[in-house]
Ligand binder design. Structure first.
Ligand code: CA
Length: 333
């Protein structure tokens, strides 16, 4: 069975150098050391900056036919607009060149300079129309601002107009929130740093972000808008019944229940989490029509991504949808 995975990452050494130089000027020493941690990944993992044979070889080994690639964390989208606009263009151009070389194996989600939402909308347009990208990916909120704020509306308006989805990928939570929730005198700093981010905290953060998008009413304004989110929906599908019960339409004023809006506009992916319980729960809540597959390469490198899907207790037709048919339809591949 064909397999298309949609949360796969690359980073550019050249762009990261510039990124670190600019970020060091504006973030606290604590945040800087987190960014250095991710830079370490770039230095120690050849695959993350490879958009050629190394990546193709890994895909062949894993039974992956196509990767839809997006920029990893330490993304140029975090920077102030003055530097971000140019660096995001550069990153998208770099990925576009690789897609041109391997058009049947790679596709791309653009990185956007969200610090200037109009420039981000323009870059999305350029990436889709000129570079052939199939959407965009956002790594966490921007500088403590969530995307349901009105200033970011042009980005989502453009995505809806172009009929491409936006992937809500996790990023480091705001420093104040991270300190409040994840620091403790009895928790070592190194443990707290992971706890606040990929250990747990940034999943909660992006789950809350998705809920905020729905509660902001953006899907009434943009009925064609589609979002994707990883890690089996970042805990949200688990709480559908609770949210419908406690934040009802009489409170929101929406014509549909929270879970109905979510299930119509959101697609979820595993991001390499191969545990059966969460998979069955998420597929059961969302339906196979709104699940895409993903590996989270090369942050996660495992050879059972396809076997895990094939071993799930769902029908062949549902496996086909999750393995490639949904991705082909949503991303127009
Ligand atoms: Ca990821």
């Amino acid at each position: 069975m064909k397999l298309i995975v949609v949360e796969e990452h690359y980073m550019s050494k050249k762009i990261n150098e510039q990124y670190m130089k600019e970020m060091t000027k504006i973030v606290s020493p604590a945040v800087c050391s987190r960014l250095e941690g991710l830079q370490g990944f770039l230095e120690n993992n050849k695959e993350i900056s490879d958009l050629g044979e190394l990546r193709i070889a890994a895909m062949d080994k894993q039974g992956v036919d196509m990767q839809v690639i997006s920029y990893g964390n330490n993304s140029p989208m975090d920077l102030p607009a003055e530097t971000s606009v140019q660096l995001c263009r550069q990153a998208n151009d770099e990925l576009a060149a690789a897609i041109k070389k391997y058009p049947t194996r790679f596709a791309g989600f653009a990185v956007l300079p969200v610090g200037n939402p109009q420039a981000a909308a323009d870059e999305l347009l350029r990436a889709v129309k000129q570079l052939g990208f199939v959407g965009a990916s956002l790594n966490g909120a921007y500088n403590g601002r969530f995307y349901d704020e009105p200033e970011f509306y042009p980005i989502f308006e453009k995505a809806a107009e172009l009929n491409v989805p936006i992937y809500f990928h996790p990023g480091f939570p705001d420093e104040k929130a991270a300190d409040y929730y994840y620091k403790g005198e009895n928790i070592p700093t190194a443990v707290s740093a992971v706890f606040s981010s990929f250990g747990y905290g940034w999943h909660v953060d992006v789950g809350v972000h998705m809920i905020r998008m729905i509660l902001s009413g953006i899907f009434d304004k943009l009925p064609n808008l589609k979002l994707i989110t990883g890690h089996w929906g970042e805990l949200v599908p688990y709480y559908f019944d609770r949210i419908d019960e406690t934040i009802p339409q009489s409170l929101t004023g929406f014509t549909r229940k929270f879970s109905e809006i979510y299930k119509e506009h959101v697609y979820i992916t595993p991001s390499g989490i191969a545990s059966r319980g969460p998979a069955i729960l998420a597929i059961g809540e969302m339906g196979a029509d709104h699940v895409l597959w993903s590996h989270d390469f090369p942050y996660i490198k495992r050879d059972d991504v396809k076997d895990f899907l094939m071993g799930l207790p769902v029908s062949e037709a549902e496996k086909e949808k999750m393995a490639y048919k949904n991705a082909e339809a949503l991303l127009n591949l």
